[in-house]
Design a binder for this molecule. Structure first.
Ligand SMILES: [Zn+2]
Length: 121
């Protein structure tokens, strides 16, 4: 997890997206409504993806090995506390079907051996 304030670089990112939309619009003066709609949507979905990645990375379960032992997530099979196997990349689809890559701690249960990414905040 990056050690930074969530969203500290979003404004710069938004400005780049804004410029990309303006550039696309300038370079496609005869674009149809559908082409323009799709081009703007592509840029905005990038904003959504970026925000999701940053927000989720800052949540406690992203690196739960740093949590107090008695607050760590439990195995959904046997209820024992999970041990972290370190950060792994997890890919999820957003509501808009964009691929979002998350760096999350994968947990393994010391009792039953089940391994998974704990869900939740
Ligand atoms: Zn278990």
């Amino acid at each position: 997890m990056a050690d930074k304030t969530i969203g500290s670089d979003w404004l710069r990112y938004f400005q780049a997206v804004q410029q990309q939309v303006l550039d696309w619009n300038r370079d496609h003066p005869k674009a149809t409504w559908a082409e323009l709609d799709a081009a703007v949507w592509r840029q905005l979905s990038g904003v959504h993806t970026r925000m999701m990645e940053d927000v989720v990375a800052a949540r406690p379960l992203a690196s739960f090995s740093q949590m107090p032992e008695d607050e760590r997530p439990r195995c959904s099979e046997c209820g024992d506390r999970l041990q972290s196997r370190g950060a792994k990349t997890r890919k999820l689809r957003s509501v808009g079907q964009e691929m979002i890559r998350l760096e999350r701690a994968e947990g393994v249960c010391p009792t039953c051996g089940r391994a998974f990414f704990p869900s939740g905040p």
